[in-house]
Design a protein around this ligand. Sequence first.
Ligand code: NAD
Length: 227
Amino acid sequence: MKSAPIRLTIIGAAGRMGKSVVDVAQNDPEIQIAALCDLGDSIESGLKNSDVAIDFSQAESLEEICRAALHHRKPLVIGTTGHSQRQREILEETGRSVAIVLASNFSVGVNVLFWLTRKTAELLGSDFDPEIIETHHKMKKDSPSGTAKSLGEILNTLRNSEISIQSIREGEVVGEHTVIFAGPGERLELTHRAADRAIFAAGALRAAKWIINKAAGLYSMQDVLGL
Ligand code: NAD
């Protein structure tokens, strides 16, 4: 017997990413859009009749989202970036009671870049100095990007030193990230270029299907992809 579609709330539905999630979800027979929430809409009533919510809004909405998820015991997929330390703590607290996927980037390619960055840093060792360059469209609110911060965290844990991140804001660039390893007499660069927001939307929907029956916890896109 065919199972019922997953009922989805999209938070930040009127934004660039929200619209892309709506487009991809509308063409997915396993998903039924239950609620579209943007500024002024009640996230709580959206979540009440949903199985899961995907958030691409702004960091300030996090408390309201977590409160609603705890109240209705619903899992979350958080794609919003730029959270403060306090907001990260709220996510961790909420993750003790409900299942959450938190990802600064939902593309398969960038998650492979995370894996390759760790592996490359281990293989090249301390003779090579890593550096990160990211480029995004002019409207992006946070800087550096959440993805660049994630790359920085991977390199920090291996090197135990602050990694330089250069942020460029120009035109309509969806998202580009390069990790440079500069060594004596040679240089290795790993680059990912996103051409279409649909890759993030498709990844977030994959995460939403994956998280539905998982135990409480804070999961990453690497968990979803089994990397
Ligand atoms: P955007 O500004 O185009 O859209 C954000 C939307 O959220 C707007 O429509 C705004 O009105 C709405 N919003 C703000 N506060 C809200 C609230 N309290 N409740 C409901 N809606 C609210 O931004 P965007 O380019 O779509 O990006 C959104 C977020 O997603 C950013 O943090 C961005 O960095 C992040 N992002 C993540 C990924 C990823 O793969 N994880 C990819 C792209 C963008």
